[in-house]
Every structure is written in C-alpha cells, then in structure tokens.
Design a protein around this ligand. Sequence first.
Ligand SMILES: *Cc1c(COP(=O)(O)O)cnc(C)c1O
Length: 472
Amino acid sequence: MEAQDFRKYAHQLVDWMADYMENVEDYPVLPKVNPGDILKEIPTSPPEQKEEFDSIFADFKSTILPGMTHWESPNFMAYFPGNKSQPSVLAEMLTATLGAQCMQWLTSPSAAELEEQMMNWLRQMLGLPNTFTGVIQDTASTATLCAILTAREHKSDYKINDNGFSSSDRFVIYSSREIHSSIDKAVKIAGIGANNLRKIPVDERFALIPEQLEKAIQKDLENGLKPLCVVSAIGTTSSTAIDPIDAIADLCIKYDIWHHVDAAYAGTALIVPEMRWMSKGVEKADSFVFNPHKWMFTNFDCTAYFVKDPLVLVKTFTITPDYLKTSVDERVKNYRDWGIPLGRRFRALKLWFVIREMGVQGIREKIRNHIAYGQWLKREIENHPDFELMAPVPLNTLCFRYRPKSMKEDAIEAVNQRIIEEINKTGKLFFMQTTLNGTFCLRLAMGNTNLAKKHVENAWKLIQETADKMSH
Ligand SMILES: *Cc1c(COP(=O)(O)O)cnc(C)c1O
C-alpha cells in the first residue's frame, strides 16, 4: 500500500469507527446468521493478485459485519462484558502502528517501564496491598495457569521443571463448586490431573464454605497427598458470588498452601471503596488476577496479574538462551520471564490512555452507576410476583427466573428457555442462562461502557412482556 493511500483509508476507517460507536445500538445485538453462512461468502483460496482496499473494506461491511455479535452494544448483557472505550481504541491504533514486540526491556524500554507503572496505578486504584507486584497477561486463564505452575514449582523446590513429576508429587488443588472453567483447564495443563481438583461445597450465597475446605485438606493430608493451591473467587462467573477471602487465606497460611484469588470480572469493582469488603484479607494471598478487559473499559486483551513474590514467578518461567541475554538484565524487568509466551503485545499503553482520559474518578463513577442499576433491577425482580431471584446480587449480574404461581415446576425451565430464545431472536437484547443448584436461571450481566438506566429498564420490560406472552 502506498503511503498516501494509507493516509486516505485510515481517515476513512476512523470515520467509520466513530459512526459505529455512536450507532452501535442500531445493530441487532446477536446477528441473524446460521452456521456456515459467513464461511460460504469467503473465497476458499487466497487471491493471487493484489486487491483494491475499497473492495476489501466493502466486503468487511457486507460480509463480516452482518455476522458480528455487537459486544459494544449496551443491550449486550450476556456472559460478562468485554468493554472498550474511545481512549482504549486510540491507544490500540498506536500500538498496532508501532508494531513493537515487547518481550523484554531492550525490545522496548518504554513498554516495560510503562507496564511497571500501570500495574502500580492499578494496585492503588483497587486498594491492593503495596506488597503486590503486577504484570500484564493476555487472559485470566493464562494468569491462573501461571499461579498453579508457580505454586507447583515453589512447592517442589523447582524440581518438576527439571525432572518432571515423581511418584511422590501427588498434588491437590481446591476451589469452590462455582469456580470458572479456566481452573479446570489449568489443573489439566499443569499436570496436576483433573481428578485432583477438589470442588468444595458452597453456602446459600454460592460462596465457598471454609470449614468444608479445611475438612478436604485434612483428608488429603491423611491420605498422603500434597495440598498445593486454593483458587478462591471474588465474583464467580455464574452469579458473582464472593468467597470469604480472609478465612480462606488463614487456612492457606495454616496449611502452607498457595492462595490464588480469581477476581477476573469483579476485581474492577474494588475501584469503588465501598466494595472493598469483597477483598478483605487479600493481602495474605499469594496471587490475584483481574481483567481490565472485562469491566474496566480497556479492550481485549488485558489481564492484570499481581503476585506477592515476583522472584518465585520469575524462577518458574525464566529461560535465557544466549540470543536473549542483554547487558542490562540485572537492572530491568524482562517480562518474558513473568509468564508463558515469549512475545508480548504493548498492552500497557491502552491502560495509560484509559486511566488518564477517564480519570480514576470517571471510572469509579461508571462502575458505581453500573452497580446501582443492578441493585435497582434486583429490587424490581424481588417485588414482582411472577419472578424469582435465584442468587444474591452483590454487583450487577442477576440470576432469576420467571415463575408464575400457577405454573407447574416441571414447566418452568422450558418457559424460561423460550424467553431467552424469543428475546435473543429480536436483536434488541442478548442475554444467557446459567444453572444454580441444578436450576435453570436467566442471567443478565450488565456493565457495558455505555450502559444507561434506560437500557436496563428496556431489558426488564422486554423480559416481562415476553414472559407474559408465554404464559397466555
Ligand atoms: C471471565 C472469567 C475468567 C476467564 O477470563 P479470560 O480472561 O477469558 O481467561 C476466569 N475467571 C472468572 C471468574 C471469569 O469471570
């Protein structure tokens, strides 16, 4: 591409981007496509000759866009949000333009040092202890895998890295029954074995029961197993349940177990001081993860991983072949040794842009509003005779179901399933289900960057109207 063409098309794209952000609500949140619809529009072989950019961009609009799920719509209330914001997108443009691969300090000193300071900023913003040191990872799944690998190496005196497992390395990991599937995955990848992940029962708030955890630990010790790590959650994925971090931390200290706190979604809420009850005792934990790429307006991917002892992390992952050695290695942070991939994107830049452009106060205000909307909807559901709340609502994720008094229990699940299908088909709202104690629930997860009260009101109205139609 010629330089003047790049300039022309870049301007054109920025205009398109600005329009998209302004009008994203006009798109159906969930695309109306069937499996294979998009695939058959894409040529089966690459073009031999160069094509005009105009035609590439036209195909983006006519072929790709109709098959996109619009995560940035405030009517997207499925999963957890994957937020972005204007400053974050602008930073990504610069990141892509610089094209730096920030594997170590020398490959971009600014990237390494900005990352160090952004982690310090985030630590202060969340009220995390200043004994924590942070590093950016691609996803919470990777960070949790790092935590388990680090715990494994620490506990085995770094021998498994060298020799592989021996027959005496019979480790056990603990989490609640409600924990995210990334923990199951990490346990498998780390060689611990899925059968050695103990899913501890939860209380009526879906939070881990510490007494049950202690019982499980004692039983494993009696059987000659080695308790390795407890993964607790600040905000489980189903219902944002808050595990008792303080009590779990005390057990981990008592039995010398690594304590990893998974706050992937809800960690962002710690920016609001009145929510810090959730993290009480976190200073005793060994590692903590949260995703600015979920709720903190920083586009995917950007995960903040904090550890109490970075040396243990680095000792687990360091590999320094001759071609990576530099003369400043003793004096700098080479983040390639702080995680799994060698290559690293310059992710700190978007955090810098977002935090500065919104200000901590601006971020705090948005999060506070999102929580207030969640609390408003919680009261609405509680006060509605035909709806039933299925879990506490500490934040802005709601699990509930339609259950008119006259309806038989065995009909309820199918009706709720149909409510989701009917509504998602309209493109006016996209939300999902979850299962709590074996019961099918509607699940609304709010928190989109541009969420306003009216979107929550519309969603609630749509759900009531659709439910009403179902039962007549
Ligand atoms: C989303 C989520 C994860 C996984 O996050 P990724 O960054 O997609 O790997 C892990 N734990 C919890 C509690 C989550 O909500």
